[in-house]
Design a protein around this ligand. Structure first.
Ligand code: DAT
Ligand code: MG
Length: 148
């Protein structure tokens, strides 16, 4: 089953949004495969956002994501990568539709509450960056037969 990397950013943690965000993915029907509260070391932040290294906001981005704890997760389910992106809403909260996480809770692009992998390749890369194999749990859930 497809897996994606989702992270409540430092603003979301400070604003008490971990529970709501976990709840949205749970209610949708996705399965939690791993989760942890953590501080991101600078080197990990730079690697995670490596694709933005040349962008003018890169320094700010790394400073922000290391400014406080994040809640890192792996969620599993059919089409979870693309569906999670839809649930998050557009990168700029001003363009994110109401009902999406960024649309409901964000105002500025710098503090947009949540990260989610944007492709199968980035999902695999980001899951491996943030989680050791033994931190991911493989288990059955009884709701599967009512979802699939
Ligand atoms: P996303 O997080 O939706 O995948 P992205 O990968 O393009 O968006 O950018 C990563 C993060 O960088 C984004 O969540 C917020 C920040 N960012 C993006 N564009 C920005 C901009 N123009 N100014 C400031 N920060 C920006
Ligand atoms: Mg991105």
């Amino acid at each position: 089953m497809e897996k994606t990397f989702i992270m409540v950013k430092p603003d979301g943690v400070q604003r008490n949004l971990i529970g709501d965000i976990v709840s949205r993915f749970e209610k949708k029907g996705f399965k939690l495969a791993g989760g942890k509260l953590m501080s991101i070391p600078n080197a990990l932040a730079e690697e995670h956002y490596g694709e933005h290294k040349e962008r003018p906001f890169f320094g700010e981005l790394v400073d922000f994501i290391t400014s406080g704890p994040v809640f890192a997760m792996v969620w599993e389910g059919e089409n979870v990568i693309a569906t999670a992106r839809q649930m998050m809403g557009a990168t700029k909260p001003a363009e994110a539709l109401p009902g999406t996480i960024r649309g409901d809770y964000g105002i500025t692009v710098g503090k947009n509450v949540i990260h989610g992998s944007d492709s199968p390749e980035s999902a695999e890369r980001e899951i491996n960056l943030f989680f050791d194999k033994e931190e991911l749990v493989d288990y059955d859930k009884n709701d599967a037969s009512w979802l699939y």
